[in-house]
Design a protein around this ligand. Structure first.
Ligand SMILES: [Zn+2]
Length: 379
């Protein structure tokens, strides 16, 4: 068997899209994180930056019911985020996009944490028939991007609600030190891509789906003046400690793995990526934890040998809800492999607009990872 080249620091190997290794055998993703460590320090200096941000949010939101919003999923990072924002004296509104595939644990977690913290919740519930039709069409598309509809809808929902309540700051629980950044070219999503794939493969019209078309995206970035803030970039955050704290304080429950708070996401990460694409997406999170010293490289390699956790009957649930017979599902899992390039998308437009998005990144209107991934020409 051919020896697979693996990064000397993390557990990304040569099969990860867009990877390269330097003279020391360290991969470009580890180097990218080193660069991010410098941009977003989590020492004293980071605390100071975060304090300044928090003070600015407080000041600007003085006469409003809510001074910021936090997107919640029932997962560890976003739950912790709500707690932290309250502790720092903000008045957040929690926002949840419910694609109707939540696990019971996730729903309970959201309820328990918000109730004890006395934080209001705004939930946008998807039309499940329409939503399942969009999921179905992505499975039919032959691409890997079957979770794109959720990510786009989540982003659009946050901005819609921010507009409605005139909130200028959206707080995100993302943390590159513990979650990592997914490899370039691994996944792709944008509003045009979603609309096109659904038009091509869908069976019912898209009426209520909160899509993010270019005009809206630009409007939200420029005119609504909505800023995205990721506080966990500036503080020391130990995932295990946070989970322990959340369980003791709020009765929060762990659901078996990163991203698994949603049943379709669980299907995507623990079954679809692995079976159809031979991608174990757990390497992203484990590599991040290795880089930040929360587990050792050996531990990471050991855990990855075990198959990912998959709730019983998830595959049957997907077949049933998306109306696939066993044969149809087999066919879909074996379709010729496609990418977003086989369909219409905004990718070329994003590339043309690279200087504009650089400015948007500098103004906190889009995350750095968006600028890095979407505006760069991929080989
Ligand atoms: Zn690496």
């Amino acid at each position: 068997m051919k020896n697979v080249i693996m990064c000397k620091r993390c557990i990304y190997d040569e099969n990860v899209p867009g990877i390269s290794f330097d003279m020391e055998g360290i991969c470009n993703y580890c180097r990218n994180i080193e660069e991010m460590e410098k941009i977003y320090p989590n020492d004293e200096k980071g605390r100071e930056i975060l304090n300044n941000i928090i003070n600015k949010i407080k000041k600007e939101g003085r006469n409003k019911k809510y001074d910021c919003m936090v997107g919640v999923s029932g997962g560890c990072d976003s739950s912790y985020m709500v707690y932290l924002m309250k502790k720092l004296g903000l008045r957040p509104l929690a926002v949840h996009f419910d694609n109707t595939w939540n696990s019971t644990t996730a729903t309970e977690n959201i309820k328990n944490v918000l109730k004890k913290l006395d934080v209001d919740l705004f939930t946008l519930v998807a039309d499940n028939k329409e939503y399942d039709d969009i999921y179905r069409s992505f499975l039919e598309s032959g691409t890997r991007d079957i979770e794109a509809p959720t990510d786009i809808a989540y982003t659009a929902t946050l901005r819609k609600v921010a507009e409605k309540y005139k909130v200028k700051y959206i707080i995100e629980g993302h943390n590159f030190r513990t979650e990592g950044i997914s490899p370039l070219g691994l996944l792709y999503m944008d509003g045009k891509y979603i609309e096109y794939v659904h038009k091509k493969f869908g069976r019912i019209p898209m009426k209520t789906y909160p899509n993010m078309k270019m005009a809206r995206f630009i409007k939200w970035m420029i005119f609504s003046n909505i800023q995205m803030i990721r506080p966990l970039y500036y503080i020391k955050f130990d995932k295990n400690e946070a989970m322990k704290f959340l369980s003791e304080e709020f009765g929060w429950k762990w659901y078996g793995g990163h991203h698994l708070e949603n049943r379709f996401t669980a299907f995507c990460h623990s079954y679809f990526f692995l079976k159809r694409w031979n991608i174990d997406s757990r390497i992203i999170g484990f590599s991040a934890l290795i880089r930040s010293g929360q587990i050792t490289r050996e531990e990471g390699l050991e855990i990855i040998k075990e198959p990912p956790y998959l709730e019983d009957d998830i595959v049957n649930l997907v077949k049933k809800r998306l109306d696939f017979s066993d044969e149809e599902f087999e066919r879909v899992m074996n379709l010729p492999k496609k990418t977003f390039r086989d369909y219409k998308s905004y990718k070329t437009t994003f590339e043309y607009m690279r200087p504009f998005f650089w400015l948007m990144y500098k103004l906190n209107r889009v995350p750095k990872s968006f600028y890095d991934k979407y505006t760069r020409k991929l080989i």
